[in-house]
Design a protein around this ligand. Structure first.
Ligand code: NAD
Ligand code: IMJ
Length: 261
């Protein structure tokens, strides 16, 4: 157990199961002494999370429900979190993405107007809305740190990533604009760009295993990245060690993005 996050209160969104990047982040935060609260999408996630928490010594952690595309739910979430944390919040992890499955195969040119909107509502605007709702709590805490998760498909064409790539590009740009808006209040906003990891959000994606193998073979570290390595990088950005960093995208991908071929 470390002390990097001692006294810090952090809200973690996006835990679905033990493979979730958000779960590995929460474990890292707990290890470093943070008080962690959770926001999950629905009942199904809550039951699973309760069990994970019990097995990891975090049984007292508050769990709230929030479909983050609903503005009222995002605002209500921060009221619940404020009540749990004396009206203050030091960190927020945004680990939320969703596109219609139909839009994650075939040609991007065929993305429907509706599918484009679903991907952006869930994967981009949720970050904007949660940042706005968290702002007063972070302000009261004297500052804060928001971290979201992104992927290389924002900048390069990755087969089948399609509309999610376009949404992640908007998410990365949002990080820079949010960082500028909130920087005067000592609130930092950053993204971690993770290499491919086998989570539920990666299951059923055609050719995914082949992609992980391809990346592992070509990365400078010659292996895939693990979810606990991503969690540790998110922890770093949430911690005081990263106090001079904002508006940044930090790659945690075994170095894959640096390669020319
Ligand atoms: P995951 O399926 O475990 O997590 C995705 C989460 O998003 C789920 O908990 C789901 O409930 C939540 N979610 C979706 N829509 C929501 C909404 N409207 N309101 C609230 N919650 C909602 O998968 P993961 O891989 O851990 O994904 C977490 C983040 O990491 C995502 O942003 C994803 O794009 C990103 N990422 C994943 C990889 C990878 O290879 N797995 C790589 C880079 C980035
Ligand atoms: C997802 C689709 C296609 C290629 C992909 C991915 N690659 C990677 C992912 C190469 C690494 C995982 N990723 C980075 C994501 O952001 C996934 C987002 C996602 C996944 C699903 C699957 C189930 C569903 N909707 C989804 N929406 C977003 O119905």
């Amino acid at each position: 157990m470390g002390e990097l996050m001692l006294g810090k209160r952090v809200l973690v969104t996006g835990v679905r199961n033990k493979w979730s990047i958000a779960w590995h982040t929460a474990e890292a935060l707990h290890r470093e002494g943070a008080r962690v609260a959770f926001s999950v999408f629905g009942e199904r996630e809550e039951a699973g999370l309760r069990k994970l928490l019990t097995d990891s010594g975090m049984e007292d952690a508050p769990i709230a429900h929030c479909n983050a595309t609903d503005e009222a739910q995002a605002v209500a979430l921060m009221e619940t979190i404020g009540a749990a944390f004396d009206g203050e919040l030091d960190g927020l992890v945004h680990a939320i993405a969703f596109a219609n499955r139909d839009d994650l195969s075939g040609e991007y040119v065929n993305t429907s107007r509706e599918g484009f909107s679903v991907a952006h509502e869930n994967s981009v605007y949720t970050m904007v809305s949660l940042a706005r709702a968290a702002r007063p709590l972070m302000n009261k805490a004297g500052g804060g740190s928001l971290v979201t998760l992104t992927y290389l498909g924002a900048e390069r064409v990755v087969p089948n990533y399609n509309v999610m790539g376009v949404a992640k590009a908007a998410l990365e740009a949002s990080v820079r604009y949010l960082a500028t808006d909130l920087g005067g209040e000592n609130i930092r906003v950053n993204a971690v760009s993770a290499g491919p990891i086998k989570t539920l959000s990666a299951s059923g994606i055609s050719g995914f295993d082949g992609m992980v193998k391809h990346v592992a073979e070509r990365s400078p570290l010659r292996r895939a990245v693990t979810p606990d390595e991503v969690g540790d990088a998110v922890l770093f950005l949430l911690s005081n060690l990263a106090r001079g960093i904002t508006g940044e995208t930090l790659y945690v991908d075994a170095g894959y993005h640096t390669m020319g071929m």
